[in-house]
Ligand binder design. Structure first.
Ligand code: ZN
Ligand code: ZN
Length: 355
């Protein structure tokens, strides 16, 4: 690596594969902040981005991948706010306009100017059309997007910004529906689901029932505090309903979003329940077909999470009640890690560490 260059995992054309290449060292101006990356999580949505057809996503190549990033503040632009040089931070990944009513309260995931940003092909955030953190350095538009992590290990901190935050935001949406004897079903105990189980246990009184297609995911659900975990089978709805005392679950968090997961979700939901679809596994739902959805069902499609929620997720992790299952890879082995995730050979979250 030369002194004026720096490494980055770049998507140079839709359909990939990404390339590890040298890019110019970014210089922060205005309120920008330069981060020395210490860990960058790899997410299933990175595969969706890499595999996307030309025109399928509303941003342009080339850009550096990586939307789950933690590191140290290296340099601040002259107008930068927030954490000081040397402070360890996690980067809030959805980057909105920064000035609308939603962004003003830290909900940049639901920026009011998103349609305009999409029309300009501005990108959704770090590693999503804007240069992300699978790199030695990451230029962040503003210090408002940084949350200090203190002594939390960086490989634990990085996945909090998407896997942790998205799971937390999904749980936040159903919190008011959970009373003392409520059961909540979590479908898919992967990168997000295993954190959702921990968040439900740490912040609610819900009885947590977990489902997955993989035997080893059931062990992980158990380790994360699920009250019951079962393999997805044709009779899963009946098995789970039985575990709710026959009434059904007050909420289902579907981290898969495929056909069989949605079938199970609608089959186990209690009337007046919450169906939260987080995964984008290509499943479809007929909202008015008789017998599909129980009466009173509320459906939500949460996307990522808010800055205040990221602060809460970091606080939970610093208290030690949230532990991310991590498999570590050197940044120079990024392409291997991507293929490992694709073939299902990664346990928990794959995290890249600059070497
Ligand atoms: Zn992600
Ligand atoms: Zn905005």
């Amino acid at each position: 690596m030369s002194t004026d260059g720096t490494r980055a995992v770049r998507l140079t054309r839709w359909g990939g594969p990404p390339v590890i290449t040298e890019v110019a060292r970014p210089v922060p101006t205005g309120e920008q902040v330069l981060i020395q990356v210490e860990a960058a999580g790899l997410c299933r949505s990175d595969l969706h981005v890499i595999d996307a057809r030309e025109g399928a996503l509303l941003y342009r190549t080339p850009f550096t991948l990586g939307h789950e990033v933690a590191g140290r503040v290296l340099e601040r632009g002259p107008g930068a706010m927030g954490p000081a040089v040397g402070e360890r931070v996690v980067v809030y990944g959805p980057w909105g306009c920064g000035s609308c009513a939603r962004c003003a309260v830290g909900s940049e995931n639901y920026c009011d100017r998103r349609t305009a940003l999409d029309a300009d092909r501005t990108g959704t955030g770090a590693g999503l059309g804007r240069d992300g953190g699978m790199a030695d350095l990451l230029l962040v538009p503003s210090g408002r997007l940084l949350v200090p992590v203190g002594e939390l290990a960086v490989v634990q901190a990085a996945p909090l910004s998407d896997a942790g935050l998205t799971a937390y935001h999904a749980v936040a949406g159903i919190r008011r529906a959970i009373d003392d004897d409520a059961s909540v079903v979590v479908i898919g105990v992967g990168g997000l689901g295993h954190l959702a189980v921990q968040i439900l246990r740490a912040t609610t009184t819900a009885r947590v029932l977990a489902v997955d297609v993989r035997e080893e995911a059931l062990a992980l659900a158990d380790q994360c505090g699920a009250h019951f975990a079962t393999l997805l089978r044709p009779d899963s709805a009946a098995v789970l309903r039985d575990r709710t005392g026959g009434v059904g679950a007050v909420a289902v968090l579907d981290f898969v979003g495929g056909r069989s997961s949605l079938d199970l979700a609608t089959g186990v939901l209690r009337p007046g329940g919450e169906l939260v679809v987080v995964g984008s596994g290509g499943g479809e739902l007929s909202v008015r077909k008789p017998g599909v959805l129980p009466p009173g069902t509320r459906i939500s499609l949460p996307f990522w999470g808010t800055l205040p929620e990221l602060e809460q997720v970091v606080a939970l992790a610093r208290e030690g009640v949230l532990k991310v299952e991590v498999e570590q890879f050197a940044l120079s082995r990024a392409l291997e890690a991507i293929e490992g995730l694709r073939s299902g050979g990664v346990r928990g979250r794959a995290v890249l560490v600059p070497d």
